[in-house]
Design a binder for this molecule. Structure first.
Ligand SMILES: [Zn+2]
Length: 573
């Protein structure tokens, strides 16, 4: 390790220790932690001890907020641990034993992951890790007509982006032969039967609480039909396999539910291997057992199905996992259902599933919302069973606090108005990248006699006004004409200038800012949900990589979308 690397490591552990103990790090604790985590450094302990003391002394002079911000920038993974003490955290999990918690991420790969998936996924991941258990990624892909390979990838990518990892990956479709075995068992026991009623008849009889004649088919006949189905003798829609429970059950889900149906559509991973597919409830009830799930942590939209899933496990004498339900979360004005979003994409109202007005994970990412923001909200709202509708202002407020230390500052002006500084010689100005982190250095811009300021700022100025070109010097307005302002140098005194104004030099890049607003207001499409603002920005903006978080001073935070001929920035809003 180089000395710089060692210093950075010391800085990380010192910050983490300081945050844990209300702003004051203890050098001995830091040394202990450092040498425990990095035994390879023990030989250098003599050199390291004074470095730690020095670093701790400096860090202890910073405010707690600064310490948190600095650690956030340097090693956010350490912040999580020490941060737990400070922000609200998910409560302990009932029935959880160290090393014995097993949870699951159960996406159906039939659409794009969104905020709700990240929320539920984080809860499951958090508890698995907190109790040193395991978590599986389980693709619930038993409807071949809906699932697509691209969505498997989208979920993997979305979870990874959230920092959610998993110990094992499973496709439920791989277990279809096991489900067949179980189903045969049920037919033999006369706990299930094959029903040839049309869909509408089944629905109607469920409503009425009436049985159909197929309920009394003998097991020999049922088993014969079952084998015939597997041999391909029946077509889609001709029959279903149903559990024999109770046609008058108070929970309508329990009125002889379907457990298998024929779907003649090739599966992206199983091909034409299966035609008879288990329903969601049958598959997941057994799968939870097969996977050894200890805790099912899910939103309560599935509540009425819980009884059926438990019943299915009971049929086979399987152990029951602990179920914890929380309310399905939604974001104000941002539908997540395919049914609502697809028409918007198809009609061109939005640019796609990653459009920055949506709450899909790709959209949040494109907008500069960071995973830490979603995690913090999940801790805050937690396992609430009230219907939480999360306001964008909450998301954006938390996000601004988290990205503030990460985003370097740049100037950008809209409706540029020229300012001529008559008595100015050209100069290279070094502007700080971040006012709180001087060590990040500066960006250099070449200033000659002409700069540009925002049209709105220019309007407020009149002859004789002294204003400051931010981080540069003061100038006095001598004349205001159609082509702009003519000014003269007016010293360096900060107090002499009434206004501090952002500016851009002649050497600028065109900038396009996409500013998102809420997509739906009172369930009506907001016609002004995306504003596009044009301006010019300082040249260094054009050198940033897509995905870089920035703050355009006085305009807000954003993330670079592209920086080719012009710089396009998605504003977080
Ligand atoms: Zn029937």
């Amino acid at each position: 390790m180089t000395k710089d690397q060692i210093l950075e490591l010391i800085r990380k552990y010192s910050l983490a220790n300081a945050i844990k103990y209300d702003g004051k790090a203890n050098p001995n604790a830091v040394i202990g932690k450092l040498l425990a985590e990095r035994p390879d450094l023990r030989q250098q302990a003599q050199e390291i001890v004074p470095l730690v003391r020095e670093t701790v002394a400096t860090i202890n002079t910073l405010s707690l907020e600064k310490q948190i911000a600095q650690l956030q920038a340097l090693a956010p993974e350490l912040l999580d641990v020490s941060h737990e003490r400070r922000v609200k955290q998910l409560p302990p999990l009932p029935g959880a034993e160290m090393g014995k918690v097993m949870t699951r991420l159960p996406p159906e790969p039939s659409g794009h992951p969104h905020f709700g998936h990240a929320y539920a996924g984080f809860i499951n991941w958090f508890y698995a890790r907190k109790y040193e258990g395991s978590i599986i990624l389980r693709f619930e892909d038993t409807n071949p007509r809906l699932v697509k390979p691209e969505f498997y990838d989208a979920f993997r990518e979305g979870y990874r982006w959230m920092g959610i990892d998993w110990d094992r990956e499973i496709k439920v479709s791989d277990d279809v032969p096991l489900f067949y075995k179980r189903a045969r068992e049920l037919l033999e026991r006369e706990d299930a039967y094959i029903c040839f009623c049309p869909v509408d008849t089944i629905k109607e009889k469920r409503r009425e609480g009436a049985s159909c004649p197929h309920r009394d088919t003998t097991k020999e006949t049922n088993l014969g039909i079952w084998d015939d189905i597997l041999e391909g003798k029946y077509s889609e829609g001709e029959l279903v396999c149903r559990l024999k429970i109770d046609m008058n059950h108070e929970n309508a889900v329990m009125r002889d539910p379907n457990i298998f149906r024929i779907i003649d559509s090739p599966h992206p991973f199983q091909g034409e291997r299966f035609r008879l597919w288990p329903t969601y409830d049958f598959a997941v009830a057994l799968e939870d057992y097969l996977n050894g799930i200890s805790h099912i942590l899910r939103s309560n939209e599935f509540a009425s199905r819980g009884e059926l899933q438990a019943y299915i496990r009971d049929l086979f004498d399987l152990s029951q996992p602990i179920i914890q339900e929380f309310s399905r979360v939604s974001i104000e004005g941002s539908p997540v259902s395919k049914r609502r979003i697809r028409p918007l994409v198809e009609s061109g109202v939005i640019s796609g599933w990653g459009d920055i007005r949506l709450a899909t994970l790709s959209a949040l990412r494109n907008r500069g919302i960071v995973p830490e923001t979603i995690k913090e909200i999940t801790h805050e709202v937690g396992m609430s069973v009230a219907q939480p509708i999360i306001d964008w202002s909450l998301i954006l407020g938390i996000n601004r606090r988290i990205i503030d230390p990460l985003a370097n500052r740049y100037y950008c002006v809209a409706n540029p108005v020229a300012v001529i500084i008559e008595d100015h010689q050209s100069v290279d100005a070094a502007l700080p990248l971040h006012p709180d982190y001087k060590e990040r250095g500066t960006r250099t811009v070449h200033v000659d006699q002409q700069v540009f300021i925002d049209g709105a700022d220019a309007q407020r100025l009149t002859k004789g006004d002294i204003f400051r070109l931010k981080h540069l010097f003061n100038i006095r307005v001598e004349r205001k004409g159609r082509k702009g302002l003519s000014c003269t140098y007016a010293g360096e005194d900060l107090d002499a200038a009434a206004l501090k104004i952002q500016w851009v030099t002649n050497d600028s890049v065109p900038v396009l800012m996409n500013v998102p607003e809420v997509l739906y207001i009172d369930d009506k499409l907001n016609p002004n949900s995306l504003k596009v603002e044009q301006g010019i920005g300082e040249r260094p903006l054009g050198t940033l990589e897509p995905g870089t978080l920035v703050q355009l001073e006085r305009k807000g935070f954003g993330i670079i979308k592209s920086a080719e001929t012009k710089v396009e920035i998605n504003m977080t809003g």
